[in-house]
Design a protein around this ligand. Structure first.
Ligand SMILES: *[C@@H]1O[C@H](CO)[C@@H](O)[C@H](O)[C@H]1NC(C)=O
Ligand SMILES: *[C@@H]1O[C@H](CO)[C@@H](O)[C@H](O)[C@H]1NC(C)=O
Length: 385
């Protein structure tokens, strides 16, 4: 009996320590310095001691990838890699002695992907390298990948506006090097989707044409993501806070870096493809549904809003359910859904001359959705690579 009591006290102590750690973590999240580090994880410089000047060390063909620096208008210097497309590289009689001499003709020969990576690690991280290589060879595309300010060998400190400036500087470098905007596809993964959405919204406002926007494993906004975020894929981060009145609101208020892609949707013109693996444990695929729905919403009849705290009369009930039916009917009318056995599902609609596609893959988790050949082929077809 006494040992049982002993165990009970031990367990109680353990629970108190665990609860204290949890509250400590949430409190840290409210401090801008820690919030920045937890969101960007740019201090995690993987691979360790990377030699960016030798892309060959990470598996690239000799002198296929050019390592260089891009200067931003606010005086940061960011590290970048530019990869010659597969067909262009193979057409050369021998290994190029000076890659940068080939950039302009490669940009004219094949379309380009401006790749905006997610948080943590660098452009040399093996999981990422595998993705550029696949896009570079299977889509036969030029690839420009940048490391945002504060990441890898780039100067500065990350911030929401800063990352968007860096992406824009990457775009400007491509255009200055001879790329046509219509040939450049903006592609973001994870945190990079927040950056890409804002860049695309800028283009929408400035009337700049691109090949389109691809959002891989995106989130609707950091606020939305936090509500459903699970540490290590299974420990809910914010949900337990609901037992403390006002605590979840405090965290939302303390959020400095919002990356509200959902808010950018109205300004994004051009073709869009959103892709998410159903088994993504870091960012639930419901985020992609929310984004797709936001693109679709202007083309559906208004959603009925039930009056709270009041019983509906039979007439009100029937007009309410009619409005829902009208919305569903319109949705099935304009959204084309295709199930591809063993791969996933593709939903798409075309309106006002642009196409929005949602791809849900069965596998791929958070980091390997881009590695799905089925998805690469859909991107190739939809964006005319
Ligand atoms: C690769 O490029 C470097 C210059 O960046 C050059 O010195 C070297 O000779 C090139 N390699 C080959 C095999 O041509
Ligand atoms: C490589 O080519 C670029 C662009 O043509 C040129 O500016 C640069 O000086 C060249 N580098 C070498 C080492 O020849």
């Amino acid at each position: 009996m006494s040992s049982l009591v002993n165990w009970f006290f031990r367990f109680q102590k353990f629970a108190v320590v665990l609860g204290g750690c949890y509250l400590g973590l949430v409190a840290l999240l409210c401090v801008p310095y820690f919030q920045r580090h937890m969101l960007y994880l740019n201090a995690v410089k993987l691979p360790l001691f990377a030699n960016f000047d030798s892309p060959e060390s990470y598996g690239f063909a000799p002198n296929k990838t050019y390592n260089f620096k891009i200067h931003t208008p606010d005086h940061e210097t960011i590290g970048a890699w530019f990869m010659l497309p597969e067909s262009y590289y193979q057409s050369l009689p021998s290994i190029p002695v000076n890659v940068s001499e080939h950039i302009t003709s490669a940009l004219n020969a094949r379309p380009t992907i401006l790749f905006l990576h997610g948080n943590a690690a660098t452009r040399a991280f093996h999981v990422r390298v595998a993705q550029y290589q696949a896009l570079n060879s299977r889509l036969d595309a030029n690839i420009l990948v940048i490391d945002y300010r504060g990441f890898a060998d780039s100067t500065g400190t990350p911030s929401e506006e800063g990352l968007v400036l860096d992406a824009r500087a990457g775009w400007d470098w491509l255009v200055a090097s001879g790329a046509k905007g219509e040939d450049v596809l903006v592609m973001g993964h994870s945190l990079g989707t927040g950056v890409g959405s804002q860049l695309a919204a800028q283009f929408g406002k400035e009337g700049i044409q691109s090949r389109g926007l691809v959002l891989l494993s995106p989130f609707a906004s950091i606020g939305e993501l936090l509500q459903h975020y699970h540490l290590f894929g299974f420990i809910p981060l914010i949900k337990p806070l609901y037992v403390i009145p006002g605590a979840a609101r405090l965290v939302a208020w303390a959020l400095v870096h919002k990356f509200d892609s959902l808010h950018s949707v109205k300004d994004i013109a051009g073709n869009v493809l959103i892709a998410h693996a159903q088994n993504d444990l870091e960012i639930p695929d419901s985020n992609s549904d929310i984004l797709f729905q936001a693109f679709l919403d202007p083309y559906l009849p208004d959603a009925p809003v039930p009056t709270l705290g009041k019983l509906l009369s039979p007439e009100e009930w029937s007009s309410f359910s009619e409005a829902i039916d009208a919305r569903n009917t319109k949705r099935t009318e304009i959204v084309m859904s295709t199930t591809i056995p063993k791969f996933g599902r593709v939903d798409e609609f075309t309106a006002d001359g642009r196409r929005v596609v949602l791809v849900k893959t069965l596998v791929g988790s958070h980091d390997f959705v881009t590695s799905q050949e089925g998805l690469q082929d859909i991107i190739r077809k939809k964006f005319g690579f």
